[in-house]
Design a protein around this ligand. Sequence first.
Ligand code: AHR
Length: 517
Amino acid sequence: MISRRDFALSLAAPLAIPVGLHAQAKAIQARIKIDADRRIGDIDPKLYGNFAEHLGRCIEGGIFEEGSPLADKNGYRKDVMKAVKDLDVTFLRWPGGNFSSNYNWKDGIGPRDQRPARLEMAWGTVESNRFGTHEFLDYTEALGIEPYVCANLGTGTWTEAQQWVEYCNVADGTAMTKLRRQNGREKPWKVQYWGLGNEMDGPWQMGHRTAEDYGKFALEAAKLMKWTDPNVKLIAAGSSNFREGSDWVGWNREVLAYLKDHIEYLSLHTYVGNAANDYHDFVAVSNQLDDRIRTAAGIIRAAQGGLSPKNPIYIAFDEYNVWYRARGNSQRGRKILEEHYNLEDALVIATMLNTFVNNADTVKIANMAQIVNVIAPIFTNEKGMFLQTIFHPLQLFAKNTRGAALQTFLDCPTYESKSFGKATWLDVSTSLNNGVVTMNVVNRHLDQDVEAEIEIQDGAFKGKFEVAVVTGPDIKAENDFGKTTVQTATTSVTASGSKLRHRFPPHSYTMLKGSIA
Ligand code: AHR
C-alpha cells in the first residue's frame, strides 16, 4: 500500500508523458488499441440507472423527508435531488426489490393522511404508504428520469398489475383513469418500463414460485399489461444471483420458455463482496460478471431458436452493487443495509461498468442498487449528506461514456486471482460519441503503476484530453460526513498523432476523454 505522502506525490506527477520519454519509475507495460470502426453496440442510456426501494432509509429519510428543513413542499429532499441530478441518473426502478412482492399500489394513492399503514414483511417493518405512485412518478418527472415500476407478482393478482398500468398510462374513460384524475393527475405518466415481479426464484420472496409456475403466471400478467398499453416494455424476473449451487441457468431457461414472445428484457441481479479481504481477488470479480453475461446471452439466443430474433430480448441488470457488510439490521450503528463504501468498492464498480459497456449489445439496462442510504452512492442524515466512494465512477461513466461501445484491444500482463481466473492488471472499456472518445481504465494493481501505449488505428488523437482519476491513499479509504478522501481529481493532457502514452497509478480508475480526427 502506498503512503499518503507517495500518494500526494503521484498526483502531482504528470499523468501523461509523450512517447519516447522514459517513465520516472518502473511501471508494468501495456498496449491498448482502438479502432473507431469496431463497434460492439450502442450504449443504452439506461445503463446508468438506480433503484429506490421502500427499505430502511432509502425513501423515508433519503429521497423523501416530510417536515425536514431540507425538503421542498412535496417532501422531497432538495440536497438529495441535486445529488441525483449530478449523478445523471437516467432510469429509476421502484418500489422494490423484495418490497414489491407484497405491495398493493392502491394503498399508496389518494390523500396521504388517509392512506393505510401496513405490516411490511420483506424487511419486517411498517409501511406508511405516504410515498406512493404519484410521489414516485412526479419525482422522476421533475428530474427528467425514465421511471421503471416493478409490479407485484408475488402476492399480487393479474388484475392489480393490469389496473396499475391502466392508472398510470391510459388517458381517460375508465374507473381507474377517473381515480387518477380525482387524485390530482390529469394526464397519464405513460410509464414504459414494467417489471414482472422481483427475484421470484428466491425462497425469501413473498409469493416465491417454481420457474414453471412463475413463467405461467407472469405470461398472463404480461398479456393483460400489454393489452392495456401495447407500448409497455416488460422485464421478466430472471435469476437473482449466480451463486455456486443455484440453478441460475435452469431458471432463466424455463422462464424464457414461457415468456420469450412477451418480454423485452430478462432481469439478472448480482451483488459482490470482499468478505475474505483479498483485494486482488475482489477486483477481478468482473471476470465472472462478463462470463455470466455471455452465458445469459446464449440462453436467450437458444430460447429464441438460435435465430436473429425480430424482437430481441436484452439483459437488464436491474440490481447490481457491492454488498456484503451491512447484511443484518445494523452496521456500525447504522440502520438496515447501510453499507459504507471504500476505494476498492469504487474500483470494483468501475470494472462492473466496464463489463456492461463491453457487452453493450446485450446489456441495455443496469440499476445500481440502490440510490440513497441503502447500499447507495448517496448518504444522508437529518442535517445533510455525503457522496460515497462509488458515486464517483458511476458519475464519470454516466456523464461521459455514451454513444457506441468500441472493442478495445488490450495487451497487458496478468495475475492469477484466487476465484476468478487470470485477470489483466488493466481493465478497460471505450466509447465513441460524435468524434469524442472516452476510455475507462482501472489499474487493479495494489502498488504498481501501469504505463500504456494507447493507439488509435485509422485516426489520430486531437487536442486536449480530460483526465479524471478516482483513487485514494489507501484501498480502504472511505468518505463520511465532513470527510472526502475519495473523489474525482481532474487534469488534462494534450494529445496528437495516433499514439498516446499514459501512466495509470496503482489502485485507481482513470477516465480519458477527448476528440479524435
Ligand atoms: O436491494 C436489496 C434487495 O436485494 C432487494 O430488495 C432484493 O431484490 C435483493 O435481494
